[in-house]
Design a protein. Sequence first.
Length: 135
Amino acid sequence: AELGRTPAERLQVERALAAMLATSKQMMERAGLAVDDVASGAQYAVLVGYRVRDEQEWEEVVGRADVRQALVRAAERARELSDAEDVEKQEEFERSVLVASVALGSYEEGRRRGDERMVEQAKRLAEATLARWTR
């Protein structure tokens, strides 16, 4: 699906998504995750999912046994994609990281503004992300 109605709008969206992906990769590196494989993208999405859904800080999320188990499940689910083409793997990595980043950004912005509707939307997105990788 194309984002933006005009070439200028599409370019603006592409730049914003590229910036978001770069920021997410920096966060992944700080968390000790690789930034170039689907498993790490899935694990990042799971960490963000729990942080947003449960409204906990990173340290709390990482310390939970259920989250550590979910990270293992996410890596296993990502390995199921091992037969996919490299392009498909890259797209899945980017999709997982970007969706998680949108959830996190929306959550944090909603909290900053005191906008409970935005927070709840972010939590629903986080829940969907968790469902994708931890079933």
